[in-house]
Design a protein around this ligand. Structure first.
Ligand code: PRP
Ligand code: URA
Length: 212
């Protein structure tokens, strides 16, 4: 793990290995979906390192053990549709009690600006810590807008987890939301003239859902 201010690059060997297969243009949707879910699970492990614990006593068959358990913090996972959906199962596998909200945004192909089409968040989000998930952070526009929408509902804390980010997107997101901790598996080189991450993995939504 490599941290710079509020950005953590989760460069665990298993994540890097899975990411290398994910990037390959010959990886088909079925395998792509499985990999993105596995990467999300591994990133969830990193992004929840600071969860609060409480001390409890547990009776083992032998003696009393003084152990630590999660203090019962309430969490919400919020994918940015569509591609963020691919990360939900991996996250909820590790945090089964998390609520799941949804934010629908698509990037206008000409302006690259995010366009909102759906928002359904847990009713008690103000009592929750939120993890926003989206495989890609290119210009950062989608993440910035999604986090703005969530902040209006006053959650306790927000983290953003993505697999691949462009330097432009990370900078914009950091500037717009300096209070949000960002986790990404790789920081790539740049954006191309169509706003795609280079080398990236192409269109994450299309590759997850097989729509191209
Ligand atoms: C992709 C991706 C992000 C966004 C990143 O979604 O999943 O949400 O682009 O780009 P940005 O950082 O420049 O905003 P897209 O808009 O293609 O929608 P989709 O998930 O429905 O395919
Ligand atoms: N959205 C994607 O799915 N891929 C990119 O490279 C950029 C935005």
């Amino acid at each position: 793990m490599n941290s710079m201010s509020n950005i953590t690059i989760t460069n665990h060997p298993l994540i890097q290995h899975k990411l290398s297969i994910l990037r390959d243009k010959n990886t088909a949707s079925k395998e792509f979906r499985a990999l993105i879910s596995e990467i999300a699970m591994l990133m969830c492990y990193e992004a929840t390192r600071d969860l609060e614990l409480k001390e409890v006593d547990v009776e083992t068959p032998i003696a009393t053990a003084h152990v630590k358990k999660l203090s019962g913090k309430k969490l919400a996972i919020i994918p940015i549709l569509r591609a963020g959906l691919g990360m939900v199962d991996g996250m909820t596998a590790l945090i089964p009690s998390a609520r799941v909200g949804h934010i629908g945004l698509y990037r206008d192909p000409d302006t690259l600006q995010p366009v909102e089409y759906y928002c359904k968040l847990p009713h008690d989000i103000e009592e929750r810590d939120v993890i926003v998930v989206d495989p890609m952070c290119a210009t950062g526009g989608s993440a910035i807008d999604a986090i703005m929408m969530i902040k209006k509902r006053g959650p306790k804390n927000i983290k953003f987890v993505c697999t691949i980010a462009a330097p432009e997107g990370l900078k914009a997101l950091q500037e717009a939301h300096p209070d949000v901790d960002i986790y990404c598996a790789a920081q790539d080189d740049c954006l191309n003239e169509h706003g795609y991450i280079v080398p990236g993995l192409g269109d994450a939504g299309d590759r997850i859902f097989g729509t191209k």
